[in-house]
Design a binder for this molecule. Structure first.
Ligand SMILES: CC(C)(COP(=O)(O)OP(=O)(O)OC[C@H]1O[C@@H](n2cnc3c(N)ncnc32)[C@H](O)[C@@H]1OP(=O)(O)O)[C@@H](O)C(=O)NCCC(=O)NCCS
Length: 197
């Protein structure tokens, strides 16, 4: 199984069926809060529905369309991070993330996301990563801002969140801009971890 160490406390595992029970536990515990921004979580109730979402993510991982990974903190599942809609033709993908409420404000996503981005640039050979978040989701907006993404546009009523139209900010970073701002210390390990399987 792919695991990747971020630091002494945090590691990632590529989503597997074996994570289902642990994931269900965290998602249910955070359903109300996560559901504010990720509508499907707010409205998903049955175990069968969660399994359907899981199957979709597993299938997209296998096809190389997305990479859904689980974040562990001291070996406990605390969140998820993903690259979605990996577009090898145009060399771009979107990044997404969520955390258990109890593990926020410790810098977990800010530490993990650069590894995912470097995997996108240096292993998948993509050229650009996007992050799209509702303008009123301030904690989510702060993540790309902190990592030097460029705020590129505000998309009017881009998505319905729990049935309400929300404006979304789109942030982007190109490989060239990333290389100017960040040290390149993650990619080879990440690649090795994936290849090693
Ligand atoms: C979006 C979300 C993952 C952000 O979580 P977060 O904990 O604020 O983000 P990080 O893990 O990067 O932590 C950064 C915070 O920890 C603080 N921090 C503490 N120690 C830190 C460290 N060593 N390094 C970096 N930041 C640190 C930072 O100051 C920052 O707090 P601030 O925003 O008040 O300045 C979380 O709010 C969430 O899960 N929301 C619901 C799901 C969601 O909206 N997902 C995104 C959809 S687009």
């Amino acid at each position: 199984m792919f695991t990747y160490k971020i630091d002494d406390n945090i590691h990632l595992e590529l989503l597997q069926q074996v994570h289902f029970d642990g994931l269900l536990n965290v998602l249910k515990r955070n359903q109300k809060d996560l559901g504010k921004w990720m509508s499907w979580i707010g409205t998903t109730c049955s175990i069968g529905d969660y399994q359907k979402f899981m199957n979709r993510m597993l299938s997209r991982n296998v096809k190389g369309l997305d990479i859904h990974s689980i974040i562990f903190y001291n070996n406990i599942i605390v969140g998820g991070i993903c690259l979605t809609d990996i577009d090898k033709t145009n060399k771009k993908a979107d990044a997404g993330y969520w955390l258990d409420f109890a593990y926020r404000k410790r810098g977990v996503i800010t530490k993990v996301l650069p590894h995912m981005i470097e995997y996108a640039f240096f292993s998948l050979k993509l050229n650009r990563v996007n992050i799209v978040c509702s303008v009123v989701n301030s904690d989510s907006n702060k993540v790309p801002q902190r990592l030097g993404f460029r705020p590129e546009a505000t998309l009017k009523e881009w998505e319905l969140v729990n049935g309400e139209p929300h404006d979304f900010n789109i942030y982007g970073i190109t490989k060239t801009a990333w290389e100017k701002k960040h040290t390149l210390k993650y990619s080879e390990n990440f690649k090795y971890a994936i290849v090693k399987g």
